[in-house]
Design a protein around this ligand. Structure first.
Ligand code: NAD
Ligand code: TYD
Length: 339
């Protein structure tokens, strides 16, 4: 089996590449990644010299490059992680989100039509469902929840999902989509809440909390997401959507305080800053379908996962310090200096 993993130099794609390369020595795993600010070849260092792994630098929206890769490699499966993924950046500049997340997806789908494929899997997000009210803890996102997006990021991901479903129906492409809740774990880019808080606390920098910090996210340890996608590409039914999440809801303030306390620092580091425009209140997944149909359940609770994650950031300072000292520094200044 030959699998092209797009966006494999990013956070979840990188974890998925490690997972698949180690679990399936007989498969060939090809990572296609444009190495944007969020892509980091250092994430792929542990697998770079493995025989069943190949890295290709390329843009999913570059039709010529994508077709040429399909022509030479003749992949069986595509797992599309490649995306612009940060909501705050999408609010600053939506255009690149449309190019990569929508046009890029359409180019991959066209390549699948042209060259044939056993499975195209789209890695999507629960953010396509919009948000849930804080005072209705009985409500969860199911696969039947209507699409109702809030940010340019989620709108671009929802557009891509609709295209994937259209190609499934119109051209009979064997497609699947997974919609996962917020991930955390190793190799998470330090612009997202959890790694940003860990890095700031370790550097005794203030921790920016948007609004009152009462927004709720449903946190999933990244390896559990990888295991779910592995199950879907092997046993999932073409044409289906699977929600992925594990009932690990926390307010942002709870998450921030857990990290500060685990690192033995003062909660005085918390600084409340201007809220994100259009900020989604609560995400919460109902994972009944993937549990019943594919037997998937998360293996890691938030309390275990956050300890493992903090340890990883302590043991791998070089990985994130290299990022913070580079281009990302300019973004941080722009986003937070006058907030
Ligand atoms: P990330 O930003 O860490 O990584 C994205 C990767 O895609 C990077 O390696 C980047 O270089 C690459 N990329 C960007 N544009 C590209 C292009 N045009 N061509 C080729 N490669 C390109 O993102 P992530 O957090 O790992 O998210 C991966 C996927 O999972 C995304 O599709 C995202 O929407 C989805 N998702 C993320 C979460 C989460 O909590 N992070 C939750 C649910 C779903
Ligand atoms: P983020 O990690 O950007 O993921 P998403 O917006 O996709 O859920 O943010 C998680 C939550 O944390 C979200 O409610 C916004 C909030 N947040 C902060 O309070 N401060 C920050 O500096 C960041 C980056 C996020």
């Amino acid at each position: 089996m030959k699998i092209i993993v797009t966006g494999g130099a990013g956070f979840i794609g990188g974890n998925f590449v490690h997972y698949m390369v180690n679990k399936y020595p007989d498969y060939k795993i090809i990572c296609l990644d444009a190495l944007t600010y969020a892509g980091n070849v250092e994430t792929l260092e542990p697998v770079m010299n493995k025989e069943n792994f190949m890295f290709v630098k390329g843009d999913i929206a570059d039709r010529k490059a994508v077709y040429s890769l399909f022509e030479t490699e003749k992949p069986d499966v595509i797992v599309n992680f490649a995306a612009e993924s940060h909501v705050d950046r999408s609010i600053e500049n939506p255009e690149i989100f449309l190019r990569t997340n929508v046009i890029g997806t359409s180019v991959l789908l066209d390549a699948c039509r042209k060259y044939g494929i056993k499975r195209y899997h789209q890695v999507s997000t629960d953010e396509v469902y919009g948000d849930l009210p804080l005072d209705r803890t009985d409500l969860f996102f199911t696969e039947e929840t209507p699409i109702h997006t809030s940010s340019p990021y989620s709108a671009s991901k929802a557009s891509a999902d609709l295209l994937v479903q259209a190609y499934g129906r119109t051209y009979k492409l064997p497609v699947t989509i997974s919609r996962c809740s917020n991930n955390y774990g190793p190799y998470h880019f330090p612009e997202k809440l959890i790694p940003l808080v860990i890095a700031n606390v370790l550097n005794d920098k203030t921790v920016p909390v948007y609004g009152k910090g009462e927004n709720v996210r449903d946190w999933l340890y990244v390896e559990d997401h990888c295991a779910a996608i592995d199950l879907i590409i092997h046993n999932g039914k073409a044409g289906e959507v699977y929600n992925i999440g594990g009932h690990n809801e926390r307010t942002n303030l709870q998450v921030v305080k857990t990290i500060i306390n685990a690192l033995g620092k003062s909660e005085d580091l918390i600084t409340y800053v201007t809220d994100r425009p259009g900020h989604d209140m609560r995400y919460a997944i109902d994972p009944t379908k993937i549990k019943n149909e594919l037997g998937w359940e998360p293996a890691t609770t938030f309390d275990e996962g956050i300890k493992k994650t903090i340890k990883w950031y302590l043991d791998n300072k070089k990985w994130w310090e290299n990022i913070i000292s580079g281009e990302y520094q300019k973004y941080y200044e722009k986003m937070y200096s006058k907030r």
